[in-house]
Design a protein around this ligand. Structure first.
Ligand SMILES: [Zn+2]
Length: 281
């Protein structure tokens, strides 16, 4: 999917411009305009125009030449009637992928600032580093960077069929590709091999990078792969998987919505199958 908006991440505004985009965060929700799906974020000279108090503020960077700020609004404050605070899951799919990505970035930056007020090493007060995206301990100098949890997601193919599983933690009865967090000391390829083995009992070959997607629930980065079945019997892990099966393009179960990377992986499988019909079936 192409992004029509261009964002440049920056720590300090080079020369402030007006008006600016204001990503206002309350808890883990984002302030959006009720009526405007294409540009849901308020564009203002000053956030004070909305009459909402703020408890912290970070510069995010530039979107098509305009400054972007993340600000935290205290829990008790209510926005004007034409705006509302909305969860990222609701914003996801509602608007342009870039707005979702920026809203997710703003939520994570505010949460990182909120939860790193004190040093995790010595317990002293921290300050926001002037030129790095870091909270710096005033006592021991330790730097606390925003947390990011890499996770692999992999589409496994076998003779024109795709392996999809229904996870125990899925909110809806959908089937998706296998996924899991990368462990310390592991390469991405090793994480793919381990997760696939743990969740399905299978081994895979020809693991290839597909693409990635920031996934702010709460601070993941999904790294997508495709792979082919190598060996083993399908034995889904009882702890994580309710059901796992091989599906053909013509009998696909309910799958994740666009624009998730899981859906992009499945769509690319479908496209490949429909473009190159197998003559050995
Ligand atoms: Zn410290």
């Amino acid at each position: 999917m192409t992004k029509s908006l261009e964002f440049v991440s920056l720590i300090v505004p080079p020369n402030p411009t007006k008006p600016s985009w204001w990503f206002a965060i309350q808890g883990d929700k984002v302030l959006i305009k009720r009526e405007s799906v294409s540009t849901p974020i308020p564009l203002l000279d000053d956030f004070g125009e909305l009459g909402l108090p703020i408890s912290r503020k970070h510069y995010l960077g530039r979107l098509n030449g305009r400054d972007c700020f993340a600000v935290e609004v205290p829990e008790a404050a209510s926005p004007q009637t034409e705006m509302r605070f909305e969860g990222l899951r609701q914003i996801y799919g509602l608007t342009n992928e870039m707005w979702f990505a920026l809203a997710g970035r703003a939520v994570q930056i505010i949460d990182w600032d909120r939860t790193n007020q004190f040093c995790g090493r010595c317990g002293s007060k921290t300050r926001t580093h002037p030129i790095e995206r870091a909270k710096e301990c005033l006592q021991c100098g330790f730097l606390h960077f925003p947390r990011l949890a890499p996770a692999i997601i992999v589409l496994i193919e076998r003779e024109g069929k795709v392996l999809l599983a229904r996870g125990r933690r899925f909110e809806r009865p959908i089937y998706s590709t296998l996924a899991g967090f990368v462990e310390p000391g592991e390469t991405l390829e090793e994480a793919v091999a381990r997760e696939v083995k743990e969740e399905s009992g299978l081994t895979v070959k020809e693991v290839r990078y597909f693409g990635s997607q920031p996934w702010p629930f709460p601070h993941s980065l999904m790294i997508g792969f495709t792979a082919n079945y190598a060996s083993g019997e399908l034995t889904p892990s009882n702890e994580e998987i309710i059901d796992a099966r091989w599906f053909t393009v013509s009998n696909l179960p309910p799958i994740p919505d666009k624009p998730s990377i899981a859906r992009r992986l499945i769509d690319s499988f479908v496209e490949k199958q429909t473009k190159t019909p197998k003559d050995n079936r």
